[in-house]
Ligand binder design. Structure first.
Ligand code: PLP
Length: 462
């Protein structure tokens, strides 16, 4: 048997094992089993991934908005190995370790305002759960035990665990309801389809007003916190005016409500600055971070806590009633430290802003496609909104459901066949690693362009 045939047989065997034993998150079984859909990735380098069959792909989504410094960074692996040899784990309840101390210190220097204390955990959902518990406990400790409600935004995503799912707009009522009690949703800035039909910044500000009305309708004395992503990817990367977030901050302060900003995707250079909140000129009470914190080299997340909030725990000498075994795991902290060192050394947040402008400029050229309704983004977090009809702006589905529309599925398949991995739901997402080159951006956009042309022709749009 030739070497190539042996290789292909080995790849088929590992794909078979994967189908037999791995539960791929949120994927439909037949999709994986019937089409050539389950790829076992074996290697990564910069913006490229290689599968068991030796095929190469451009990673247009940084994994899942994670691998900000790019794939294959040996120095992160070496830092993790050094830490594992020295000390991998100590109890998160009683002690800490040198890597966690150093990481908290570095983060305190990067996060805005008085966000200077870090509660470490393992992933974005855990960070959101932790932020909600911190918010509720501090409200109770301040003498407001009836403040238990949380206001989130339509179209937002905050995770898959129970409380995080409860404050996520696209939660699956038929499987998981009833959800956590006391959650409501308000409109989120959207300049393409504004809830109030008001254009530009005024439309964003009308969304802030709607938030205040909701706080008043719920009764401010019952509201613990408001949560939102500075720029929401799940809602299609609409970039609000800084005045929106400043207004939200004022409203929260006026009513004694804590502001939680979820930087799980936005953070660590994705939007062109280390954190997106910097561009909006606000300091939240709590800020969640994950993904780009370690660029996926190890599972780690954190809640950045403001001195204002932590002060209450100090003053009353009360413990946070919350413990996660892997919080501050030393090897993960070492990975995050090296990752941040690379982000700073290679000025990747600035690079994200520059390459993001270039990418957005090229994506603008796709507006002539009959199914491209809008193009927008901030830094290397760009989206192409897909519509059935540009005049009516009719979408292919609401939020994540659009991913199941045959047109969106076909578009994904066409891009994948041409070597581009990304994600298509109501918008097609392009969020490559921050190290992406101009040539790679050119290739990505050319693949999107060609795939749109083919899919539009097949589905009778062109
Ligand atoms: N918050 C935001 C804004 C997210 O985008 C995500 C995941 O995509 C989460 C929270 C949940 O993070 P994880 O999947 O790491 O639990």
């Amino acid at each position: 048997m030739s070497e190539e045939a042996q290789h292909s047989r080995a790849a088929a065997a590992v794909e078979g094992q994967a189908l037999a034993h791995v539960w791929i998150h949120s994927a439909r079984w037949l999709d994986l089993a019937e089409r050539d859909g389950l790829k076992v990735m074996v290697r990564g380098e910069g913006c490229r991934l290689f599968d068991a069959r030796g095929r190469s792909y451009l990673d247009g989504l940084s994994g899942l908005y994670v691998v900000n410094v790019g794939h294959g960074r040996a120095e992160i692996g070496e830092a993790m190995a050094r830490q594992a040899r020295e000390l991998a784990y100590v109890s998160a309840a009683s002690y800490t370790n040198l890597a966690a101390v150093e990481l908290a210190d570095v983060l305190a220097g990067l996060t805005p305002g008085d966000l200077d204390r870090f509660f470490f955990c393992s992933g974005g959902s855990e960070a959101v759960e932790s932020a909600l518990k911190i918010a509720k406990q501090v409200q109770a400790m301040r003498g407001f035990p009836k403040r238990y409600k949380v206001i989130a935004r339509r179209g937002g995503y905050h995770g898959a665990t129970f409380a995080a799912m409860s404050i996520t707009a696209s939660r699956n009522e038929q499987y998981f309801g009833p959800f956590m009690y006391g959650i409501s949703f308000v409109p989120s800035p959207n300049r393409y389809r504004n809830d109030f039909g008001i254009a530009g910044e005024e439309g964003d500000l009308r969304c802030a007003e709607a938030l205040e009305q909701e706080i008043l309708a719920q009764g401010p004395e019952t509201v613990a916190a408001v949560i939102g992503e500075p720029v929401s990817v799940s809602n299609g990367n609409h970039v609000p005016s800084p005045r929106y977030w400043q207004r939200v901050r004022e409203i929260c302060d006026r009513h004694g409500v804590l502001l939680i900003m979820d930087e799980v995707i936005n953070g660590f250079g994705r939007t062109g600055t280390m954190f997106a909140t910097e561009q909006f000129g606000v300091v939240p009470d709590l800020m969640t971070m994950a993904k780009g914190l370690s660029s996926g080299y190890a599972p780690i997340a954190a809640v950045a806590v403001s001195a204002r909030v932590f002060e209450e725990f100090k003053k009353q000498d009360v413990a946070l009633a919350h413990l996660l075994t892997f919080g501050g795991q030393a090897v993960s902290c070492a990975a995050a430290l090296k990752n941040i060192e690379i982000l700073q050394r290679e000025e990747l947040p600035r690079r994200s802003a520059e390459q993001g402008r270039y990418l957005l400029g090229l994506l603008e050229g796709l507006r002539s496609h009959p199914t491209v309704g809008d193009v927008r983004g901030l830094g290397l977090m760009c989206a192409v909104e897909l519509v059935k009809d540009k005049g009516t702006k009719e979408p292919f589905g609401v939020g994540p459901a659009a991913a199941n529309h045959p047109y969106c599925r076909r578009l994904s398949a066409l891009m994948e066949e041409r070597g581009l991995l990304t994600r298509v739901f109501s918008a097609l997402q392009l969020c490559p690693p921050l190290v992406v080159s101009r040539e790679e951006i050119d290739q990505m956009v050319a693949i999107v362009d060609e795939s749109l042309t083919l899919a539009e022709r097949e589905f009778g749009f062109a």
